[in-house]
Design a protein around this ligand. Structure first.
Ligand SMILES: Nc1nc2c(c(=O)[nH]1)N[C@H]1C(S)=C(S)[C@@H](COP(=O)(O)OP(=O)(O)OC[C@H]3O[C@@H](n4cnc5c(=O)[nH]c(N)nc54)[C@H](O)[C@@H]3O)O[C@H]1N2
Ligand SMILES: Nc1nc2c(c(=O)[nH]1)N[C@H]1C(S)=C(S)[C@@H](COP(=O)(O)OP(=O)(O)OC[C@H]3O[C@@H](n4cnc5c(=O)[nH]c(N)nc54)[C@H](O)[C@@H]3O)O[C@H]1N2
Ligand code: SF4
Ligand SMILES: [Mo]
Length: 722
C-alpha cells in the first residue's frame, strides 16, 4: 500500500485528494487531503470515485478506427495518427482550411494538456470554425468583463471568506461545488459566512439545497434576472445609495438606462415583489461589504450578458469592486503580463447566421448550421477534444444528424459515446492518475491565491502517449508536418518563443538574460512540465516546478488583494459601466417586456454525483437522487392532468419524461438535468440509466445576442399527458 496526493480534476473546486493504492496500482481509497491549505480535507462523491472512473472497464485503452462498414477496430497509435493525417489532409486539399472545425469540451479546463496544447492545435488548423463548451456556459461573463474591464479573463469573484453579504443568482454550489469561483468546500464557506453574522440570499426558480442553506430564498421567473438586477440598479440611483470607489466611465449613462426598470416595472415579469427588489438593493448598499455572484442560471439565458454586466455594475455602484469582502481578482502563479489591447467581439462572423466571434470562438449554437449548409466554407471535418456536444449543445439531436454527415471526424476522448461514435478515429488519453496536473485555467477565479502541482500518481503505460503528446501530434499533423513528427519539437518552439518574449520584455524577471541558458535551467519530466516550469518562473510569485514539488499539498499564496487599476485595460483606462454594445442590447430587453410570457418554461439542473454527460458510467454515481426526471410543481401536475410521465414539447423537439412533482420548484417552471440520453451499448452502466437528453428540447436558434451563448434556461415548453 502507498499513499499519493493529487488535485481532483473533476470540477472547479480543485480539491486536494489523498489516494491509497496497492502494489498493482489499484486505487483502494480516495479521501480528502487534510493538509491541502485550500480544500482542507473536503471531498465530494465524485472525487471519491476517481479510482473507479480511471479503472472503468469501458474506457478506451487503445486508439479506435471506424471502418467503412461502421465497425470499430483497435489500431496502433502510428496507424491512428496516419488515419488522422489522411482524413484531415484529404479535406484540406479538396475544400481548404475553412472546411475544418474544432470543438473543445469542458474537461479541457481541467487538464494541463487542454490548456497548453489546444492553442497551438487551433492555430495549426488555421480555421475560424472554433467552437467550445464556453458558448454553452460562461461566454456572457467573458463578454461583460471584456467590455467593462477590457479583458475577458478579468473576472472578479466574490471574496467568499470575508464578505458580509452574498447575493447569489442562478448558481447551486451545494450540487455543483461552484463555477467561475474556485472555492473548495463552497458549502462550508457559505456556512462560515452565516456563522460570522453575514447574510446570504439566493435567487433561483427552484428552492435548491443552496437556497435552503441561505437566510433568504427569492423565487424568480427563469430568464428574467436582467430585469431584477436592473431593478436593483434603479433603486441604488433613485435612493442615492451609490458609493463608487473606483475610476469609472458611463455612470450617468447607466443611471439613464436603469430609469425605466424600476422595481415596480419589473416585478411582474420577474415574479418578484417590488418591495423585495428594493430591499435587496438597500441591503447590498448597507452591508459593510457585499458581493453579487451569478452563474449558469443567469448566463445561459436570453439576456445572459446583460445580466452578467449588471452583476458587476451593482458591485461597482455599492463600492464593492476590488475590495476585501466584495468581489476581487485573483493573481495566479502563471500570470505573465497583462493584456494591453482593449477587448472586442465580432472580429469575424459565422458564415451561415452571421453571428459574431467572441474570444476567438463562434457560438456552438451554430455548429450544425456550419456543417449542414452547403457552400464555400462548409464544415466537412471536425476535431473534438473532451467534448460531448450531442448531449451538451442546444438541439443536440440536430448535431447528432449533422455529425453523421461529416467527411472526417477525429475525437480525443476516453469514451466511445454519443458524440465520438460519429468519429472516424478516437484517440483516448491516459487515465487521470497517469497524468500530471496543474490548474492553469481555474485558479484565476479562485477565492484565495493558491498553487498546487501534482505529478502523475502512476507511471505512463508503455507506448501510450500522454494527452499532451496526442494534442501536439494533432497540431503537427494539422500544420502539415506529418504523422511522424516529434511532438518535442513543438514544445521547444513554444518554449523558445515564450523565453524570447520574456527576455525582451522590460521589467520581466528575466529581462536581458540568455534564452539558451534559461532553457537549459528548465525542469520537468515532459514538454508540458517544462512549459509549466517556465510559466511559474516568469510568473508574479517567481515560483518553479521544483518549489511546488516541495509543497505536495499545495501552496497558499494568501488572500485576494486589490488589483485595480492594473486589471483594467479598456480604451478609457477606467471601468466601463455602460459599454455601448451592452447598452444596445437593452433595446432587446425592453422589447421583451411587452411579450406575454410562456405558460411553462424549462430550466436545467445539476446533481452532486453527476458531471455534465460523462460520469454516468460509474456505478456509485448513478441511481438514487441522481436521475433524469422532470421536476414540476404539484399545482401544474393537477392543472394539466398529468400522471407519472408527460410529453414535453418545445420549438426544437419533444420528449417523454418521468415526472418528479415537488413544491421546491415554482409553478410554471419545470426542470430537467442535462447530460442524459445515453445511446449505444459501449458504456454499459450508462446504458442502464440512459435517461433522455434535455438538449433535444433546447433551441439552437435562440441565443444571448452579445455573446452568442446558448439559452438553456427559460425555454418555452408545453406538457401533455403521456
Ligand atoms: N441543457 C443544458 N445543457 C448544458 C448545460 C446546462 O446547464 N443545461 N451546461 C453546459 C455546460 S456549463 C457545459 S461546461 C457543457 C459541457 O459540454 P461538453 O464539454 O461538450 O460535455 P461533457 O459532458 O462535459 O463532455 C466531456 C467529454 O470529455 C471526455 N473527457 C473526460 N475527461 C477527459 C480528459 O481528460 N481528456 C479528454 N480528451 N476527454 C475527456 C468525456 O468522455 C466526454 O466525452 O454542457 C453544457 N450543456
Ligand atoms: N455535480 C456537478 N457539478 C458540476 C457540474 C455537474 O454537471 N454536476 N458541472 C460543472 C459545470 S460544467 C459548471 S458550468 C458548473 C455550474 O455550476 P452552477 O452555476 O452552480 O450550476 P447549477 O447547479 O446548474 O445551478 C444553476 C442554478 O440556476 C437556477 N436557474 C435556472 N434558471 C434560472 C434563472 O433564469 N435565473 C436564476 N436566478 N436561476 C436560474 C437553477 O435552478 C439552478 O439551481 O457546475 C460544475 N460542477
Ligand atoms: S468538489 Fe469537485 S474537485 Fe472536489 S472532490 Fe468533488 S468533484 Fe473533485
Ligand atoms: Mo460548464
Amino acid at each position: 500500500m502507498r499513499t499519493a496526493h493529487r488535485t481532483c480534476p473533476l470540477c472547479e473546486a480543485v480539491c486536494g485528494l489523498r489516494l491509497t493504492l496497492d502494489d498493482t496500482g489499484h486505487v483502494v481509497s480516495v479521501k480528502g487531503d487534510p493538509d491541502d491549505p485550500f480544500s482542507r480535507g473536503f471531498i465530494c462523491p465524485k472525487g471519491a470515485s476517481l479510482g473507479a472512473l480511471d479503472e472503468d472497464p469501458d474506457r478506451l485503452r487503445a486508439p479506435m478506427v471506424r471502418d467503412g462498414d461502421g465497425r470499430w477496430r483497435e489500431v496502433t497509435w502510428e496507424e491512428a495518427f496516419r488515419a488522422v493525417e489522411r482524413g484531415l489532409s484529404g479535406v484540406v486539399e479538396a475544400h481548404g482550411r475553412q472546411a475544418l472545425a474544432i470543438y473543445l469540451g469542458n474537461p479541457n479546463a481541467h487538464t494541463m494538456a487542454g490548456a497548453l496544447y489546444n492553442p497551438p492545435l487551433i492555430k495549426a488548423l488555421g480555421t475560424r470554425n472554433i467552437f467550445s463548451a464556453s458558448t454553452a456556459d460562461q461566454m456572457p461573463k467573458h463578454v461583460s468583463c471584456g467590455l467593462m474591464f477590457g479583458d475577458p479573463l478579468a473576472i472578479p469573484v466574490p471574496d467568499l471568506d470575508r464578505t458580509d453579504y452574498l447575493l447569489m443568482l442562478g448558481a447551486n454550489p451545494l450540487e455543483s461545488n461552484g463555477s467561475l469561483c474556485t472555492a473548495p468546500d463552497f458549502p462550508g464557506r457559505l456556512k462560515a459566512l452565516r456563522r460570522r453574522g453575514g447574510r446570504f440570499v439566493v435567487v433561483d426558480p427552484r428552492r435548491t439545497r443552496t437556497a435552503a442553506l441561505a437566510d433568504e430564498h427569492v423565487f424568480v421567473r427563469p430568464g428574467t434576472d436582467a430585469y431584477l438586477l436592473f431593478g436593483i440598479v434603479h433603486t441604488l440611483f433613485a435612493e442615492n445609495l451609490t458609493s463608487v470607489g473606483v475610476a469609472v466611465e458611463g455612470l450617468e449613462r447607466i443611471r439613464e438606462l436603469a430609469e425605466e426598470f424600476s422595481p415596480k416595472a419589473v416585478a411582474e415579469i420577474c415574479g418578484v415583489p417590488a418591495d423585495v427588489i428594493t430591499r435587496l438593493a438597500r441591503e447590498l448598499a448597507d452591508a459593510p461589504t457585499a458581493a453579487v455572484y451569478a452563474r449558469i442560471g443567469t448566463c445561459t439565458a436570453e439576456f445572459g450578458t446583460v445580466a452578467q454586466w449588471l452583476v458587476d455594475v451593482i458591485n461597482v455602484l455599492t463600492g464593492n469592486l476590488d475590495r476585501p469582502g466584495g468581489v476581487m481578482f485573483a493573481k495566479t502563479a502563471v500570470e505573465i503580463g497583462r493584456r494591453s489591447r482593449p477587448y472586442r467581439t465580432g472580429r469575424w462572423h459565422s458564415r451561415v447566421r452571421g453571428l459574431p466571434e467572441a474570444n476567438g470562438e463562434l457560438p456552438v449554437a451554430t455548429l450544425a448550421d456550419e456543417i449542414e449548409t452547403p457552400g464555400e466554407g462548409q464544415v466537412r471535418a471536425l476535431v473534438t477534444v473532451a467534448g460531448n456536444p450531442v448531449l451538451s449543445a442546444p438541439n443536440g439531436t440536430r448535431l447528432d444528424r449533422a455529425f453523421a454527415g461529416l467527411e472526417f471526424m477525429v475525437s480525443v476522448d476516453p469514451y466511445l459515446n454519443e458524440t465520438t461514435r460519429h468519429a472516424h478515429v478516437i484517440l483516448p488519453p491516459p487515465p487521470v492518475l497517469r497524468s500530471p496536473h496543474y490548474d492553469l485555467s481555474l485558479l484565476f477565479v479562485a477565492v484565495r491565491n493558491y498553487a498546487r502541482f501534482s505529478p502523475p500518481v502512476l507511471p505512463p503505460e508503455p507506448g501510450r502517449p500522454s494527452e499532451a503528446e496526442i494534442l501536439a501530434r494533432l497540431a503537427m499533423i494539422a500544420s502539415g508536418q506529418g504523422a511522424d513528427a516529434d511532438p518535442a519539437l513543438l514544445d521547444e518552439l513554444i518554449l523558445d518563443q515564450m523565453l524570447r518574449r520574456a527576455v525582451e520584455t522590460p521589467g520581466s524577471p528575466v529581462e536581458g538574460q540568455d534564452v539558451a541558458e534559461l532553457r537549459a535551467a528548465l525542469d520537468g519530466e515532459s514538454g508540458a512540465e517544462l512549459r509549466l516550469d517556465a510559466m511559474l518562473k516568469l510568473g508574479p510569485y517567481g515560483l518553479s516546478l521544483a518549489a511546488l514539488r516541495e509543497h505536495p499539498h499545495g501552496l497558499d499564496l494568501g488572500p485576494l488583494e486589490p488589483r485595480l487599476p492594473e486589471m483594467v485595460c479598456t480604451a478609457s483606462g477606467r471601468v466601463e459601466l455602460a459599454p455601448p454594445q451592452l447598452a444596445e442590447d437593452v433595446v432587446r430587453l425592453r422589447e421583451r417586456l411587452a411579450v406575454p410570457p410562456a405558460e411553462i418554461v424549462l430550466i436545467g439542473r445539476r446533481h452532486l454525483r453527476s458531471n455534465n454527460s460523462w460520469l454516468h458510467n460509474v456505478g456509485p454515481l448513478v441511481g438514487g437522487s441522481n436521475r433524469c426526471t422532470l421536476q414540476i410543481n404539484p399545482q401544474d401536475v393537477a392543472r394539466l392532468g398529468l400522471d407519472g410521465h408527460a410529453v414535453v414539447r418545445s420549438a426544437a423537439g419533444e420528449l417523454t419524461v418521468p415526472l418528479e412533482p415537488t413544491e421546491s420548484i415554482m409553478p410554471g417552471v419545470v426542470s430537467l438535468p442535462h447530460g442524459w440520453g445515453h445511446a449505444g451499448t459501449v458504456q454499459r452502466v450508462a446504458a442502464e440509466h440512459a435517461g433522455v437528453s434535455v438538449n433535444a428540447l433546447t433551441d439552437e436558434s435562440r441565443i444571448d445576442v452579445p455573446s452568442g451563448n446558448a439559452v438553456f434556461n427559460g425555454v418555452p415548453v408545453t406538457l401533455t399527458p403521456a
